[in-house]
Design a protein around this ligand. Sequence first.
Ligand code: FAD
Ligand code: NAI
Length: 478
Amino acid sequence: MSKQFDVLVIGAGPGGYIAAIRAAQLGFSVACCEFSAYDDPAGEPRLGGTCLNAGCIPLKALVASSEAYEKAVLHLPEHGITATGISIDVAKMQKRKEAIVTKMTSGVKFLFRKNKITFLKGRGSFAGKTDAGYRIIISGQDGDEEVLSQKVIIATGSKARHIPNVQVDNVTICDNEGALKFTEAPKKLGVIGAGVIGLEVGSVWRRLGAEITVLEVMPSFLGAADESISREASKLFLKQGLNIKLGVRIGQAKLTKDGVSIAYTDDQGSEHTLECDKLIVSVGRTPNTEKLNLEAVGLQTDERGFIPVNDHCATAAPGVYAIGDVVRGPMLAHKAEDEGVMVAELLAGQKPHLDYNSMPWVIYTTPEIAWVGKTEQQLRSEGRDYKTGQFPFAANGRALGLGDADGFIKMLADAKTDEILGVHIIGASASDLIAEAALAMEFHASSEDVARTCHPHPSLSEVMREAALAIEKRALNM
Ligand code: FAD
Ligand code: NAI
């Protein structure tokens, strides 16, 4: 007889494993299937998805190592510290990253055991529906097994998008998989796509000495960010030596004796060739929907491969939900997690709701970039009346003490009601500072609410308060 569950989750990335845990907390019998391209030390598929295996976590480990190296080389002398013979052992840096990944992915396995979630090792696909629930085939190393589940949550995530004429081998021409595994810093690194991965991964290898050229098809830089943040980032990254070419068209990439050559046409129509040791392709991601056999339950993807869902992540098939990178919205781990929690709570009869407008974005460059809510250009195009308050880190004592005083925080609030409409940060610890703004927006706070809240001194968070005060032109330290 087939095993039967209340809830079956397909995919154990941050969307899937969090959905499984929340559903188990709410008393459902839950299974989660995962085939994973990676094996754990026990030879089983590693849990945690892109985020833990080839995304957020390994990349941030490399960001931290490369930042520590750059600080030691460039900034210790400012503190009066003399250190000679500073070098980086890239193999050791990679080992540290792998140890963090193993710890985190094993942690998810532990959480599955703790919450009594059945881990089905294999690829899940639909086979139809019976009165006892949806029929799902789990194809694992030992063959196929059929299980039944009343409700199904699809959380199969995404993979790197590739482009014609640029053949990814993940040795010389790499997507996120290979780019996180270099055994030494390339001397010359080419990056196709000035998006989040291109900037974060490019910055890692730049800090370790690589000369970086980024080739971006769009005529503007960081189009999704507030325009003043994009301008400041462009200025700071240029100073750091990041060479970003906008408005290019990519031609043929060819492997050479020393690496790779890539042909491109610049924004004036002139043709060029970039020679580099390694090339990273970071031009977005596509949802994983192939082999799910969605047709068996009457579902199909949209023209871009995403599974269509409503505001509560319900698909057109009753009892089948889809969350995370496989559906519309930003491809972010915290978005996937929150959708997973929302669906589990819906299944338990609760009335959860997600406000996508108060989901923060972070780009882990130096300095970090983070935002939540609307940009100034969005507010302008909506014809909304708004007020602006901006405050620089350079006027904050803690930022100066840390030696991290680049950038600013900008707050946007409704001209009449004073409700905060957006907060945009470029500066140290933006990834942590933005959480206060997200909380404020979730509670529909006004800029005055933030301005009247006592913030610790000296701290970077005072810049947030000063930006809120600046909305009424009453910043205190400027
Ligand atoms: P995934 O994490 O992709 O997980 C899906 C899982 O489903 C995978 O393990 C896959 O093996 C499995 N699967 C697929 N098909 C099947 C099937 N048929 N049966 C069983 N299992 C299946 N986001 C952030 O918020 N912050 C960051 O700092 C950040 N950094 C990133 C850095 C990089 C280099 C990359 C590539 C991404 C980064 N992201 C970041 C994005 C983040 O990783 C994704 O948004 C997030 O992982 C999506 O979660 P998910 O659960 O939807 O899918
Ligand atoms: P992206 O969508 O952020 O950026 C892709 C860039 O490539 C864009 O600027 C686009 O205009 C450009 N591009 C597209 N086609 C091109 C072409 N043919 N030639 C040149 N440029 C081209 O995608 P990216 O960087 O691959 O990241 C994928 C997703 O992963 C992101 O959307 C993000 O959601 C997630 N991510 C999140 C992180 C974070 O939250 N800190 C970190 C890394 C990834």
